[in-house]
Design a protein around this ligand. Structure first.
Ligand SMILES: Nc1nc2c(ncn2[C@@H]2O[C@H](COP(=O)(O)OP(=O)(O)OP(=O)(O)O)[C@@H](O)[C@H]2O)c(=O)[nH]1
Ligand SMILES: C=C(OP(=O)(O)O)C(=O)O
Length: 218
């Protein structure tokens, strides 16, 4: 179904806990702001993609809820409070309570270089399968898991989720021209790779603050 419009589900943990692996480069002060900037840039890019109908962020963080709501996302609290996969399954259930035939796709919040056109290519490919996924840039994890109308999302994110999603029967999307959808940012090296692709304006501003604080005298 080439004209499928997708409901995206974006999980986001409380900002004070988010992106802990970035603490080494961002420090405790800037790390939560950077995690929010990634999510804002990602949501803004996703909502400008023609294949995206709506974006639902599952989060208990009040600041993130306010800011991402302002960016156009629907906010759902993390009802289960039992980790990432429970949050995603809950988000999908919430979307389908209103729209039972919705095509849903989980997308990580840490894709600050996301380009709407590339996301459109991924979702067009996903529309040809019941359940499919895109591996992350490292080839170990997953950045997007899609389930067409009537198909359970059954998320298996966390760690080596590329293998977990393959084992669960999801089809791997073998696209070569979608680096911005694959480039999640967990480490300083990932952040440099995202910057090389070109990040959104909020992440760019956050990285400028990072550079300034690193170069200003104590
Ligand atoms: N709503 C919700 N989102 C979660 C939860 N755990 C993780 N996430 C989100 O799921 C995505 C991947 O999570 P992780 O890799 O575990 O965490 P991270 O904050 O990206 O990075 P690290 O702290 O370095 O592990 C991110 O968008 C997280 O914010 C959870 O329990 N609830
Ligand atoms: C949770 C995942 O992402 P990451 O740990 O890379 O943020 C995953 O790829 O399943």
């Amino acid at each position: 179904m080439r004209d499928t419009r997708w409901s995206l589900i974006v999980p986001l943990k409380p900002l004070r806990l988010a992106k802990s692996r970035l603490a080494a480069v961002a420090g405790e002060e800037l790390r939560p702001a950077l995690a929010l900037a990634f999510a804002e840039d990602m949501v803004t890019a996703a909502l400008s993609c023609g294949a995206v109908g709506d974006v639902t962020v599952v989060t208990d963080d009040p600041t993130a809820a306010r800011r991402l709501g302002r960016s156009g996302a629907r906010i759902v609290p993390d009802g289960p409070g039992r980790g990432l996969n429970a949050a995603l399954a809950y988000g999908a259930r919430t979307v389908r309570a209103d729209a039972p035939a919705a095509a849903v796709a989980a997308l990580n919040a840490d894709l600050p270089a996301l380009r709407a056109a590339e996301l459109g290519r991924v979702l067009a490919a996903a529309a040809g399968h019941g359940r499919s996924f895109l591996a992350d840039a490292a080839g170990v994890g997953t950045t997007l898991l899609a389930a067409g109308p009537g198909v359970a999302l059954a998320p298996a994110f966390g760690g080596a989720s590329r293998a977990a999603h393959l084992a669960s029967g999801a089809v791997e999307l073998a696209l070569t021209d979608v680096p911005s959808v694959r480039q999640d940012v967990d480490t300083g090296a990932d952040l440099r790779a995202a910057l090389a692709l070109g990040v959104g304006r909020r992440t760019a501003a956050g990285v400028r603050r990072l550079t300034e604080s690193a170069t200003s005298p104590a």
